[in-house]
Ligand binder design. Sequence first.
Ligand code: ATP
Ligand code: MG
Length: 360
Amino acid sequence: GPYGAQRRHASKHRFFAVELSQALFDFVIQRLPTQEEMAVKEDVRKLLERLIRTIEPDSRLLSFGSTANGFSLRNSDMDLCCLIDSDERLSASDMVTMLGDLLERETKFNVKPLPHARIPIVKLSLDPSPGLPLGIACDIGFENRLALENTRLLMCYAMIDPTRVRTLVLFLKVWSKRRSINSPYQGTLSSYGYVLLVIYFLIHVKNPPVLPNLQQMPPLRPISQEDTHIGGHNTWFFDDIELLRQRWQSSNTDSVADLLIDFFRYYSRDFTYNTGVASIRGGLLKKESKGWQNEASSRYNDSRERNRFCIEDPFEIDFNVARCVTKEGLYQIRGEFMRASRILAMRPRAVAALAQLCEE
Ligand code: ATP
Ligand code: MG
């Protein structure tokens, strides 16, 4: 009868989900950085820190981005941030120029200082060698305290539910790179943008939620403005993950595969690209309420382009993380979400499905 058919349907889906979840874990594990790679990167960080201290003795060089937030893949680049604790410090662009010269003289890195970028950085790279078969790429910025904090926020989200969150994020990073939709310079979205899409989905779309909203939880004790603000931005979030784990348990029991299927479905069908802003802090917001409409409401000609796709930065809330996404880029990204949905809806064998999803 009809109930039998429904049961068979559900059990087929469960079988597919179990198999796909296992395949996702295996897929991701093979692409994690090795111990050796992490050790080499830490050595590079220390070496660079020593060199920088020859110009700024009171400086520290800290990792952020994927090397520090738990979302790192093999051969991912290194993001480093230099903090200077003294009062009379040089401007970021002067530091970039000076450090560029120093590294050029003292190291074997290929050095490219970008003192005039929106965020001035020195770009470094090492060509492949026997010990480092894929070389190394590294960006050094200055005083980018917000980036250190948003890295810590993402790391906390990864720690709350390491298996599901990390597997989803890492898979989507590989997928978006292989499908060529992970390059802000070409009108698509950065890894950081994809991570925010995943976290937004797990907090605000899934019901029951897989993650709590760390930025909206009540603090344990009163806190002062100075402790929570960096450059006028509120960077407070609940970061005692040990305690959180004792007090908060998600009642969502979806498997990683279920979540991935829903993620693709949501972003191919349900997310309101024309009017909506994905905000991990505030849920689904309206472009209108943030002044981010992409109609010709502004005198800048490129403002239409800037707000096609809107993802609010967790701390710098006036900043659209997806502002580099162009009309064509968004078309491409949505096309990929639809393609992925279509592939998974056919329930092929899991390993083949992942290979097909990530086909270059
Ligand atoms: P990958 O492994 O691909 O390098 P990643 O996790 O390091 O991924 P990136 O996109 O390289 O992610 O971003 C690294 C860090 O730089 C982020 O954690 C964030 O702090 C900062 N960042 C990157 N892009 C943006 C952006 N558009 N707006 C604000 N901060 C950003
Ligand atoms: Mg990075």
